[in-house]
Design a protein around this ligand. Structure first.
Ligand code: GLA
Length: 380
């Protein structure tokens, strides 16, 4: 693994030059990147107005939660677009196009229980069949993509299906903790041959969703989205999954690399390699959820920093700077880079993995001032 080295000098010089001379102050972040790719952020319904002052830095927006299944179809056939439509209007007013996130995700926070349940013969809830679940999936994708129409230029069709298992068994592809996979027959007790047959059924679900989204909006780019931070095994499994899906004629246009990183373990070589490997399959890449936390996500939950020190700021700047250097180098492969949040005053990382823990993951601080990381990103 190649970790980033602290490169204070260039960051300090870039930050100082730009902040003290005023040079470049009027240019928005997306304008620095207009010949490269879109620059996005995520926002939430109800707090988007907090970011009125800096929304113009971005030209793409993803709703953090408002387009997830539970938000749009909390009960079968009862769609609720109020918050999402409001966010789309906000984006348009601020010159941002909109990424759709996400049609299907296993996480119970995003997926209502009714999807996997039917009324049994005795009137009590029973487990829905694979066919019923597939029908609901296709209906949801069709309805939702049709509703937003041309307001959405790219959809994350499926989110996070690949297992985190560190195994080289190339039939061990899909996560066990997903009801989508369970309904197709996946369990930990299968032989590789049995698992292969189940993988086909799981992939039929994916392919049906991509097909439905394509039919509902032929112009939107369709993505598979997942996290791979520093996990070489998972990256390898992604490539296997892509090869399988492409061979089966799946209507996929690209891969979203989430890029939730932390400042202590950024493996930029792996990131670059992944971008190249995805593109070699003829697919587009979008960086969909980048941030640089101060903490290792799976690390010590008792660790708590009370202040964002100068050392942290500089290390984060070199991480962001290095990541964007790679993105610029591969601008022929990448069409959008989205930061998962806007500024340090509001972040999912203040809630998970540890509730109430301070973190400073973004390019803008809690007062919406540009951080050293911002200056590192525009230093080219
Ligand atoms: C994943 C999901 C996002 C968001 C983040 C943070 O990355 O794709 O929608 O929920 O987790 O919680």
């Amino acid at each position: 693994m190649k970790k980033i080295a602290i490169c204070l000098a260039s960051v300090l010089l870039a930050g100082a030059a730009l902040s003290f001379s005023g040079c470049g102050e009027d240019k928005k972040l997306w304008q620095h990147y207009k010949d490269y790719f879109k620059i996005g952020c995520t926002m939430n319904y109800g707090t988007q107005d907090i970011f009125d002052d800096i929304a113009g830095e971005f030209n793409s927006m993803t709703c953090e939660n408002e387009m997830k299944w539970v938000a749009l179809q909390p009960n079968e056939g009862k769609y609720n677009y109020t918050s999402a439509d409001n966010m789309v209007s906000f984006a348009k007013e601020h010159g941002m196009s909109v990424r759709g996130h996400c049609l299907a995700w296993h996480n119970p926070l995003a997926l209502p229980g009714w999807v996997f349940s039917v009324e049994g013969e005795d009137g009590k809830p029973a487990v829905a069949s694979y066919e019923k679940v597939k029908e609901r999936l296709v209906t949801h994708a069709t309805e939702v993509v049709t509703h937003f129409g041309d307001d959405i230029y790219a959809w994350d069709v499926w989110n996070e299906v690949i297992t985190d298992n560190y195994t080289e068994d190339d039939t061990d592809l899909y996560r066990l903790d997903s009801q989508w996979h369970t309904v197709a027959g996946l369990s930990g007790a299968l032989s590789p041959d049995e698992r292969n047959a189940v993988n086909d059924k799981i992939e039929d679900l994916f392919i049906a969703t991509f097909d439905a989204a394509r039919k509902a909006n032929p112009d939107a780019k369709l993505f598979y989205n997942d996290y791979f931070a520093n996990n070489q095994f998972k990256a390898q499994k992604l490539l296997t999954v892509l090869d399988r899906l492409l061979e089966k004629g799946c209507e996929i246009d690209g891969v979203g690399i989430q890029a939730h990183y932390d400042i202590t373990s950024f493996d930029w070589e792996m990131l670059e390699n992944l971008i190249v490997q995805i593109s070699a399959r003829g697919l587009e890449v979008q960086i969909t959820e980048i941030d640089f936390s101060m903490y290792d996500y799976n690390g010590d939950i008792a660790l708590y920093y009370h202040e964002f020190t100068e050392d942290m700021a500089q290390l984060q700047a070199s991480c962001f700077g290095k990541a964007f250097e790679i993105f610029r180098k591969h601008k022929d492969k990448i069409t959008c880079v989205t930061q998962w949040g806007v500024a340090d005053d509001d972040s999912y990382l203040h809630k998970i993995p540890v509730a109430g823990r301070q973190d400073w993951p973004y390019l803008f601080d809690e007062y919406h001032a540009k951080k050293p990381a911002y200056y590192a990103v525009i230093d080219f």
